[in-house]
Design a binder for this molecule. Structure first.
Ligand code: AGP
Length: 610
């Protein structure tokens, strides 16, 4: 989730921009840069790593000017490096960008065929070329940007300046955030409010498909094809700390609500519906027909993602999958050969147990690959030399309890299952198109689940004093029962246990009484009847029942004390939806109990020790 800051006014731009980027550091980044225009000339300073490295460069080679743009980069295309850092300048046009240009390969090829040469591996530099191609013909900047936008597909927040027209900044937004800050004789642009709070409290949030021309005198907002738009200016009275959380009380709450966009970003650019193909940039699995089984190694929530992934990959691609706790994997003398694929799942890409498992698997001759959320992390680097990496585009996850990383891992595993099924010929086109259509419904379906937050708060209020919880699920929702229990344990410190609903009669049912709330997942699908009868056994022993069911299920209320409904979807996609109420129940119980939700006791965001 890159950070963008722009300034046009009568003061030195560099300091305003860099301090603004510092307020966006929480978004995570691996390089930074600033470009300032003065006397018809653009000067750029960039550095890999943290802003302090950019500070050093600016101390040694200061830049002056009252028009400028800056950027902190969270790498998606192209490794973290100085030449991949933004801003990117081409023929006096400078661009910073947050998002993913889906058709960047085609656009880059077209530009190379026109004789354009590239200095970076980024999709962003393409936008600078597209605008420069027009302005080099004498087109004015606004028209040039519109023509460039008409060619670009994907998620973007662009901020553009030209040394030929130093009286304006131009910004355009689609799926990535842009906010405009209003001053007197000076105006600002940023990815998020915290960057600008010390300069202004008046903001306008651009909407998808809108662009704006920002001058010292004012701001003109239009649609990308030029239709004027009335600026809805809001006065924001957040504190800087609140602003970093986007008005949410905790990062975890913000990240739960970011899941629709994080999932859309993880799908973006990877699905070609016409031939039902999945494009896994970064993976280099070679001839997957040679793989006769997969082993998934992971820890914690990522391990639960692996358990769901087993259902997805075996169900869709028909490859046998084992799932190991990474900390156990290498001590069991795993039987591995070159036909074995070992998949690491890790948000941080730094979990010591998972890294050790991957190294062991490589030594034993396996093809190793990863699903990671952090570019160039240790696990990612270890796998790049073998089967490659598929990145979730969840953006940085600050809360220790993993939420958006988990659901984007499930999406990545689902895409991987379709990819493997198509490549191995076990999944024909029509069925693949159906599966991918179901996947694309997920972001707006999660929005529907999130809209039930008030009901989930009521449930949290009813049960937050309980000392123990039981979570029950079957099939691909059994790992969600485990995940729901983990979420509650790690942030509220209440003991909770996840169990296969079918296992109740083999012991845990002895626990049931009126003091023990049970969260059961009984969504429509092959496990519905059996799960409902397991839950009725809980009810019959005075257990309190919170049931997660499918929209339209009018019968389940007779069994449950509380019902949360999720939209209907394919049984293999259902876990991506059913985990969301679990996250919110855990969050609100912890919040009511006053624990440190974002930094729970004894926990670290990344466990880099074995
Ligand atoms: C999940 O809420 C926890 N924070 C923890 O279980 C985490 O999933 C586990 O430590 C693995 O981390 P990773 O995904 O970064 O490898």
């Amino acid at each position: 989730m890159c950070g963008i800051v722009g300034y046009i006014g009568d003061e030195e731009a560099t300091g305003i921009i860099v301090e603004g980027l510092r307020r966006l550091e929480y978004r995570g980044y691996d390089s930074a840069g600033v470009a300032v225009v003065r006397d018809g000339k653009t000067t750029i300073r960039r550095a890999v790593g943290k802003l302090k490295n950019l500070d050093k460069v600016l101390l040694e080679q200061p830049v002056h000017g009252t028009l400028g743009i800056g950027h902190t980069r969270w790498a998606t295309h192209g490794r973290p490096s100085e030449q991949n850092a933004h801003p990117h300048e081409v023929d006096g046009i400078t661009v910073v960008h947050n998002g993913i240009i889906e058709n960047y390969l085609q656009l880059r090829q077209n530009l190379v065929e026109q004789g354009r040469t590239f200095k970076s591996e980024t999709d962003t530099e393409i936008m600078a070329h597209l605008v420069a191609v027009e302005t080099n013909k004498g087109t004015d900047l606004i028209t040039a940007v519109k023509k460039a936008l008409a060619q670009v597909r994907g998620a973007y927040a662009f901020l553009i300046q030209s040394e030929k027209e130093p009286d304006k900044l131009i910004t355009a937004k689609n799926a990535s955030p842009i906010v405009i800050g209003y001053g007197e004789g000076r105006n600002y642009v940023a990815s998020d409010i915290p960057a600008l709070l010390e300069h202004t409290r008046k903001f306008c949030f651009l909407k998808d498909g809108q662009m704006a021309v920002i001058t010292r005198e004012g701001v003109k907002i239009t649609t990308e094809d030029g239709e004027p738009v009335e600026a809805a200016i809001r006065v924001v009275d957040w504190s800087p700390v609140m602003a970093e959380k986007g008005g949410h009380k905790h990062f975890m709450h913000k990240e739960i609500f970011e899941q629709p966009s994080a999932i859309a970003d993880t799908i973006r650019g990877r699905v070609r519906m016409e031939d039902a193909q999945v494009h896994l940039d970064g993976m280099s699995l070679g001839d997957v027909t040679k793989l006769n089984r997969l082993i998934i190694a992971a820890c914690g929530t990522s391990y639960h993602a692996g358990l769901v992934g087993k259902f997805m990959i075996e169900g869709i691609a028909r490859i046998p999958v084992e799932v190991d706790l990474a900390g156990e994997f290498r001590y069991r003398s795993p039987v591995i050969d070159e036909a074995t694929g070992v998949l690491a799942i890790s948000q941080s890409g730094e979990t010591a147990d998972t890294l050790a498992a991957i190294k062991e698997a490589k030594t034993l001759g396996a093809t190793v690959f990863a699903v990671c959320n952090v570019i160039e992390s240790s696990i990612a680097r270890e796998c790049m030399e073998s089967g490659g990496v598929m990145y979730t585009h969840a953006g940085p996850e600050i809360g220790v309890a993993s939420t958006k990383a988990f659901t984007t891992q499930l999406v990545a595993l689902y895409l991987l299952a379709v990819y493997l099924g198509r490549a191995r010929g076990t999944l024909e086109k029509a069925r693949a198109q159906e599966l991918l259509t179901h996947l694309r419904e997920v972001p707006q379906q999660i929005e529907r689940v999130l809209s039930q937050e008030a009901a989930l708060i009521t449930i949290a209020r009813r049960y937050h004093k309980a000392r123990d919880f039981l979570y029950l699920g079957r099939g691909p929702n059994y790992p969600i029962a485990l995940e729901g229990a983990l979420k509650l344990k790690e942030i509220s410190y209440i003991h909770a246990e996840g169990y296969s609903a079918g296992e109740m009669k083999h012991g845990p049912i002895a626990l049931i009484d009126e003091h023990l709330p049970t969260v059961g997942i009984a969504t429509q699908g092959p496990f519905y009847e059996k799960t409902v009868s397991n839950l009725e056994e809980v009810k019959a022993r005075d257990g309190k029942l919170i049931i997660i069911a499918t929209e339209g299920d009018s019968k389940i209320a007779a069994t449950a004390d509380d019902v949360v409904l999720v939209p209907a979807n394919d049984p293999l996609i259902d876990p991506i939806l059913t985990v969301v109420p679990m996250q919110l129940i855990a969050y609100h119980i912890a919040d009511l109990n006053g624990t440190d939700v974002d930094q729970p006791r004894n926990l670290a965001k990344s466990v880099t020790v074995e």
